[in-house]
Design a protein around this ligand. Structure first.
Ligand SMILES: [Cu+2]
Length: 324
């Protein structure tokens, strides 16, 4: 259960428009919550590991959706979209925004301006809004909160689903939800981080109203495959904060030379567009145009197939049970 804390006037005269909002999340009796990096008991924060008697521990993420922010750029001017020359709005998640005007196409060539480029951390680094983090399989709940007063948004999370009513096992399974001002929802992610087929890597979530998406409302859920002890670095040198495994789950394996942890095994270059995934594009004779590097191959799942190299998409392989 949780409550959106809002100024009851809910208008442009109220405090929300200036970003003054928060939420109280009420955990079950005897629950405790800890910092995901330090393990210290915490009083508040956007992210926490929740432990409760008799139930699995879970990663908890608070995600605040904003409306358009009335902000100025570093020169004190309203931001402009360089492509159109028109004023550009800014929308945010949890007090941060990653507008596309900060991720301009690398060239005028169409292949340099697609979403696979503009959303890529290889090219532009990570987006500014907080990145959620977990080990594959960790139980996880997103507390989705609309902090403002004006716009309806559509939260959409890739690769994962949840039930519309978390406590009702017959409830509809969804992967998007419309959220209006002052509403909040708990998204109890089915099968936890990585869903049933154990997705690792970066999973995008965003407002599905495309102007909002374009103007900054998107970020990532980063799902690690190997233990992150705080010594890791992203390919661009950004330190990877440590992430303590949940104590009631099998510990994630440690890194080794052949298994440096996502994204270390991906053949990518900082500042350059990501190449096509290996084995994904075939030539006219049916041969792969892009062949995997030995490091990539060492990280394939056991039953790797073209298009599913790092994630086993067949439930029989991941659960041992074929129920199709
Ligand atoms: Cu929106």
């Amino acid at each position: 259960m949780f409550h959106d804390m809002a100024d009851a006037r809910s208008s442009e005269k109220a405090t929300n428009i200036h970003g003054l909002f928060g939420a109280i999340i009420v955990e079950p009796p005897e629950a405790q919550w800890f910092h995901p990096k330090t393990g210290e008991e915490i009083k508040s924060g956007l992210m926490a590991d929740i432990y409760q008697p008799g139930k699995p521990a879970f990663r908890e993420y608070s995600v605040f959706f904003h409306d358009e922010l009335e902000i100025l750029d570093k020169d004190g001017e309203p931001p402009v979209d360089h492509r159109t020359g028109l004023l550009s709005s800014t929308t945010a998640i949890s007090y941060r925004s990653e507008p596309m005007r900060n991720r301009m196409p690398l060239s005028h060539e169409p292949e340099d301006s697609g979403e696979d480029i503009s959303m890529s951390s290889w090219v532009y680094g990570d987006p500014a809004p907080p990145i959620l983090r977990a080990y594959v399989g960790d139980p996880a709940k997103i507390r989705l909160i609309h902090g403002e007063i004006k716009e309806t948004h559509v939260f959409h999370l890739h690769n994962h689903q949840w039930r519309l009513e978390p406590e009702n096992p017959a409830s509809t399974i969804i992967d998007s939800i419309t959220i209006s001002p002052q509403e909040c929802y708990t998204l109890d992610i089915l099968h936890g981080a990585g869903s049933r087929n154990g997705v690792i890597g970066d999973v995008i979530f965003h407002c599905h109203l495309y102007p909002h998406f374009h103007e900054g409302m998107w970020t990532l859920w980063r799902i690690h495959d190997r233990l992150e002890d705080g010594s890791g670095k992203l390919p661009d040198g950004t330190p990877v904060p440590g992430l303590l495994p949940l104590k009631d789950r099998e510990q994630p394996p440690r890194k080794d030379a052949l298994h440096p942890g996502y994204p270390g095994f991906i053949c990518g270059e900082v500042g350059k567009p990501p190449r096509q995934p290996p084995c994904g594009v075939l030539d006219i004779e049916g041969k792969a145009v892009v062949c995997p590097t030995p490091l990539e191959r060492a990280n394939f799942v056991e039953h790797a197939a073209p298009g599913a190299l790092y994630t086993d998409t067949c439930p029989c392989h991941t659960t041992g049970v074929c129920d199709s």
